[in-house]
Write a protein that binds this ligand. Structure first.
Ligand code: FAD
Length: 310
């Protein structure tokens, strides 16, 4: 462990990250710190040198970490940051690490509607703000009042609205070194029964149409304007197409599912190969929604690489 990490509460060296992601792939983090409170965050902020790369990890449901791992500090919120509260006016206050399905259920149990769509998204509040997560006709931008952001380089804290975060389709203006520690969401009153029925409907729809929450990271590509990435992948004849241990799902072509023997590089290679083949077949270059962290080998012959997160 480097001297900077000595004495900083909870920093661990050489920690496997795969179990903390839905793909269950990839190598270790040089350092991992699980931050459980604002005080702990302040302590870590004081110690991080400016030249250490930082990766904020939520529930790892949109992330592929390279097989060589991440040569920097992975920071994950836990403890106080998983809390969810429903205020008397119906505003939902959630920590950056709160699981989205729990946010949906807490709102529903309090007779508040609008966040049911989170029931089908296995991410965290912080990841949802970063990605403007959405589905079932709604997205984070529509209900976010403000998010609390801490800049891990400068220590600056700010509150930003959806507009100030420039939330667009699966994007925000947050930088990799900015961490969402909390968010507030607006809701509308409704009956608990109606909200819970909507959650059951969303969960059933997901089971019928998507290949489950493990060994994949949800939609691999963003949908192009007025089209669906899955449809284009199917049109290119790529359902079932594979690179090593990762294959295009037969159930939903925009999900790439990993076998037991898959590597993170297989995901990268499949994303690169599918992009190229879809472009050749349809003329559309798809944009990856999945984030990659660490170093991958460019060996598929594609000229444009998938987007990296850090
Ligand atoms: C089965 C399945 C279904 C899915 N369905 C959907 C869907 O319908 N709609 C949808 O939008 N997404 C979907 N996803 C993708 C994913 O769940 C979302 O993108 C989610 O918002 C990611 O949250 P996370 O906490 O897992 O983020 P991670 O995967 O851990 O990280 C994703 C990005 O967010 C950043 N990040 C994470 N936490 C924070 C934080 N606290 N502060 C700042 N940055 C942070 C990371 O650095 C990274 O750049 C699905 C994934 C799976 C596996």
């Amino acid at each position: 462990m480097t001297p900077w990490a000595d004495g900083v509460g909870g920093v661990q060296a050489n920690v496997p990250i795969a179990p903390l992601t839905t793909y269950k792939l990839g190598g270790p983090a040089a350092w991992l710190v699980e931050v459980g409170s604002d005080r702990h965050l302040d302590e870590v902020l004081e110690a991080i040198p400016q030249d250490v790369d930082v990766l904020v990890l939520g529930r790892g449901s949109n992330l592929v970490v390279a097989d060589r791992g991440f040569d920097g500090l992975v920071m994950r919120l836990v403890g106080d940051f998983v809390a969810i509260e429903v205020a008397p006016d119906g505003t939902i206050h959630a920590g950056g690490a709160a699981a989205l399905p729990r946010v949906a259920r807490a709102a529903a149990a309090a007779g508040r509607c609008d966040l049911e769509f989170y029931a089908g998204i296995p991410g965290s509040v912080g990841g949802a703000v970063m990605m403007n997560a959405g589905g079932h006709g709604s997205d984070t931008a529509e209900h976010l009042i403000a998010a609390s952001i801490v800049d891990l380089r400068s220590g600056a804290r700010s509150e930003r609205t959806a507009q100030e975060l420039a939330l667009g389709y699966r994007r925000s203006n947050l930088r990799p070194e900015q961490i969402v520690t909390a968010a507030r969401f607006s809701t509308t009153p409704c009956s608990r029964g109606a909200a819970e029925a909507r959650i059951r409907e969303i969960t059933r729809w997901r089971k019928e149409h998507q290949p489950g929450g493990t060994f994949n990271a949800g939609s691999v590509f963003k949908n192009p304007h007025d089209d669906a990435a899955g449809r284009l992948i199917e049109e290119a004849g790529l359902k079932g197409f594979r690179c090593g241990g990762v294959a295009v799902s037969e159930m939903h072509a925009n999900f790439f599912v990993a076998d037991d023997d898959a590597s993170a590089q297989d995901v990268w290679d499949l994303v690169s190969a599918v992009r190229r083949r879809v472009a050749e077949a349809t003329g559309v270059w798809l944009t990856p929604e999945v984030r990659f962290a660490g170093e991958f080998d460019e060996r598929s012959g594609d000229s444009t690489e998938p987007e990296t997160t850090a």
